[in-house]
Design a binder for this molecule. Structure first.
Ligand code: HEM
Length: 225
């Protein structure tokens, strides 16, 4: 434990913490997309999936218990990810103040700038999304027994779909930079892999963004109704 705390104290440790928590959230984003794509299989299939989510682990675990454990893990990841990002940003500002990293490249500054603001926007989006599709207080016609209808009715409102699409594009950019820099932190910063890092990160981020964006677009065009 003490070793972990010492490691976290260093900037490499914070980057590892960001990569590890980012990886867990990334897996959630993929799992959530796979689940959401069930919308294309119809109302019954999607609602069955939403119901199953609440019964994972039954009878060892009670109704909703797995979901609460999972929410807790996700919340810890979000907190560690944000705190590490803020601490790393403060460290880098302090270093810049004493002209320590004058040669920092423009590309790197641009990436870290978009990561910080993009991360903040994604966090704000997730809060809106919870009020919209989990708790329903930001939804005009919420029915807690019918998640399928909540998604379809929600996305029929053009500006709601627009908010989702913009947020998902920002998420895609965040994932792209995040994956790229996580691969570097995890030791893929090697001439053998360098040429692959950018295309791999961009293909993964693009597939995820297209998958998510296809849902509001399909509702707006009446493909999913
Ligand atoms: C078109 C895109 C999306 C759709 C249709 C969608 C759909 C949903 C639905 C229906 C729920 C409520 C599940 C339930 O209570 O049964 C939900 C919850 C959630 N979504 Fe999304 N989502 C989308 C995009 C995203 C994105 C991009 C993220 C993350 C960046 C995200 C993060 C979450 C989280 C954290 C929850 C709460 C999970 C829980 O605690 O139960 N969603 N989403």
């Amino acid at each position: 434990m003490r070793r972990l705390i010492t490691l976290y104290g260093s900037s490499v440790g914070k980057k590892i913490a960001m990569a590890a928590t980012g990886a867990i959230m990334f897996l959630f984003v993929i799992g959530h997309l796979a689940g959401n794509l069930k919308l294309y299989a119809g109302e019954e299939s999607f609602n069955k999936y939403a119901h199953w989510l609440r019964e994972i682990g039954y009878p060892a675990l009670g109704h909703n218990q797995f979901l609460w454990i999972f929410r807790f893990v996700l919340l810890v990841c979000v907190a560690v990810h944000i705190i590490s990002a803020i601490q790393l940003a403060l460290q880098s500002w302090r270093a810049r103040e004493i002209c320590y990293r004058k040669q920092e490249s423009i590309a790197f500054s641009y990436a870290s700038y978009t990561m910080r603001w993009g991360g903040l926007l994604v966090a704000l989006y997730v809060i809106y999304h919870l009020f919209h599709l989990t708790w329903g207080s930001a939804h005009h016609n919420f029915d807690s027994t019918n998640p399928y209808q909540n998604v379809v009715d929600g996305f029929k409102v053009w500006w709601v779909s627009l908010i989702y699409m913009i947020a998902i594009i920002v998420l895609g950019l965040h994932l792209y930079h995040g994956l790229w820099s996580a691969m570097q932190t995890m030791g893929f910063n090697n001439p053998k892999y360098n040429a692959w890092r950018r295309p791999t990160a961009s293909i993964i981020a693009l597939v995820i963004a297209i998958g998510y964006i296809s849902i509001p677009v399909s509702v707006l065009f009446g493909i999913v109704k």
